[in-house]
Design a protein around this ligand. Structure first.
Ligand code: ADP
Ligand code: ZN
Length: 528
């Protein structure tokens, strides 16, 4: 039942128990909340499910005035406001989805001092009219949610966030709290500067999600591998499967349905009504698997998502961490499963080459991809790598694939030399460039119409790689790409050498490779 309509609480503890029904704070919540209630600024880095919302909701219930929450998740504002209203908090939102009557009511409530929390989209705050409007009421605090969006170096930059730097100048006496669940050291620094939070207290929680088991497998037949994974470990569980293209999303959902998994597709090309129904089925029914592009899942609070699977390589470690983080918010064992292969590397490098924007932008995308590849190819603990990326040293976890089944490294120098010298010979002797498939056919001495037509059986490297299987060679190429010895060029994904490759060819540098896991080593049809 809604509580009394006169807002404020005397203490944070009282608001916590009366409104939210909890008896104690978690982690650093109490210190964060005190800091903001006392009028100070805060920067909060806390993983998904850590309890960030209370850090600004409770100060808004204790301090005089309305807490202004800036969030890019317009589609979720209604849900957030409904959830708060249900426990008696006077909350509302202002965004472009509203008609003028609804907006007018919210504005009157704010000016009358009848709102504890007001959610606004970031673009509203760049308008002078909005700022003047806010000035006519009482602002308890500003909460800047998803604060990593202000970082141009980050993976999810939103230009509208840049305008938020003005909050400090315009309202120097209003406390500000910036929150995010994904920030590397660089992003943390950048958001602190851009949002003028130099005087803020910083609260950095561990980003570890110990109940999530991280696994990364070689991609051969992704749909079948995914189905086998779900059947073996997550039959009947709720999960999210991420793919890059709408087509893959549709096909994968269809394939899973045909095989008895309650799967639904979700992507930006589906009509809005259908998307809303899909999302609500996922939240309300048991065991629904959503196959989605990254458009799905941000801010969705479903505690019992048991697995998050990626059948295409995510573009950044931040994205991967954020997406896998949607599993296991309830703290129970969950899995982050990723299938990745040579084609992912080729395709993503090509997308970067062709992406609009300046060199700096492409460099940034490249650096993001390289970090993601390093995580995929590591022979040490995935979690250690992941946490190190966020600036948090840790010990091997015992709950990831590399800890559970340590991969064996091998000296791939000779294999690398064979492959790299084939690339060199094709270019020098024939002025030709090819992709991985043709190079591997040459190395394995495989007679095909294409090798015959080009007379590639005359090359000195013809057949010198017969000791490795097709799949093993694909692993070698993938790792050479990932480690920066090879690069792709042009629209066909042809392979070219990098400066580092010359060192290997000259015998001045060795190449450490990891053996392909069993599953991927199985030759498979349709693997490309
Ligand atoms: P985040 O925004 O960091 O992902 P939320 O604020 O959505 O996390 O909180 C995650 C879940 O934990 C929510 O269901 C929330 O109600 C719950 N929660 C947060 N703080 C506490 C607490 N002190 N005691 C019990 N449950 C809490
Ligand atoms: Zn580990």
């Amino acid at each position: 039942a809604p509580r009394r309509a006169t807002a404020k609480f005397a203490t944070a503890a009282e608001a916590l128990s009366t409104v939210f029904g909890y008896d104690s704070f978690r982690g650093e919540q109490a210190q964060i909340i005190d800091q903001v209630i006392d009028g100070g600024d805060a920067v909060v880095l806390m993983p998904t499910g850590g309890g960030k919302s209370l850090c600004y909701q409770i100060p808004s219930l204790v301090r005089e005035g309305t807490g202004i929450v800036i969030s890019p998740l317009i589609a979720l504002m209604q849900d957030q406001v409904d959830a708060l209203t249900a426990v008696g908090v006077r909350a509302a939102f202002l965004n472009s989805s509203q008609d003028s009557a609804a907006r007018g009511q919210v504005e009157r409530d704010y000016l009358a001092g009848d709102l504890d929390l007001l959610y606004v989209a970031p673009e509203r705050l760049s308008s002078e009219a909005t700022k003047r409007f806010l000035d006519r009421g009482t602002i308890a605090l500003f909460a800047i949610d998803e604060a990593h969006c202000v970082s141009q170096w980050g993976h999810d930059f939103r230009p509208d966030y840049l305008a938020l730097s003005e909050l400090a100048d315009r309202w120097p006496d209003v406390p500000r709290i910036a929150l995010t669940a994904t920030a590397t050291d660089a992003t943390h620094k950048e958001l602190t500067t851009r949002l003028q939070l130099g005087q803020a207290r910083h609260f950095v929680a561990s980003f570890d999600r110990p109940n999530i088991q991280y696994r990364i497998v070689g991609k051969a037949e992704p749909r079948k591998q995914l189905l086998a994974f779900i059947r073996a470990e997550h039959q009947g569980d709720a999960g999210i499967v991420y793919a890059l293209s709408r087509k893959t999303v549709e096909q994968t959902a269809e394939f899973l349905r045909q095989n008895g998994v309650n799967a639904l597709p979700y992507h930006a090309g589906l009509d809005q009504g259908l998307r809303a129904r899909t999302q609500s089925r996922f939240l309300r029914e048991d065991g629904v698997v959503i196959v989605a592009t990254i458009a799905f899942g941000m801010g969705i609070d479903k505690p019992d998502v048991r697995f998050v699977a990626h059948i295409d390589l995510p573009k950044s470690v931040e994205g991967y961490y954020q997406e896998t983080g949607r599993a296991g918010r309830d703290g129970l064992p969950s899995t982050g499963w990723l299938a990745y292969g040579l084609q992912d590397v080729v395709q993503q490098r090509r997308m970067i080459d062709e992406s609009p924007g300046d060199l700096a932008h492409r460099r940034k995308l490249s650096a993001h991809l390289d970090a993601m590849l390093a995580l995929c190819e590591t022979v040490s603990c995935r979690r250690v790598n992941l946490l190190r990326y966020f600036g948090q040293p840790s010990e091997p976890c015992g709950n990831c694939d590399t800890c559970l089944e340590p991969p064996v490294g091998w000296d791939g120098t000779v294999a690398a030399q064979k492959l790299l010298s084939t690339v060199v010979r094709l270019l020098r002797e024939r002025n030709q460039r090819f992709g991985a498939g043709q190079l591997i056919d040459i190395l394995r001495g495989k007679v095909t119409p294409r090798t015959t037509q080009h007379g590639h059986d005359q090359l000195a490297t013809w057949g010198i790689g017969a000791d490795l299987s097709d799949q093993q060679w694909r692993g070698v190429v993938r790792q050479l790409l990932a480690q920066g010895f090879l690069a792709t060029s042009g629209e066909y994904g042809t392979l070219v050498l990098t400066d580092a490759a010359a060192e290997v060819l000259a015998g001045r540098r060795t190449v450490e490779l990891r053996t392909e896991p069993e599953r991927a080593a199985r030759p498979a049809a349709g693997a490309r």
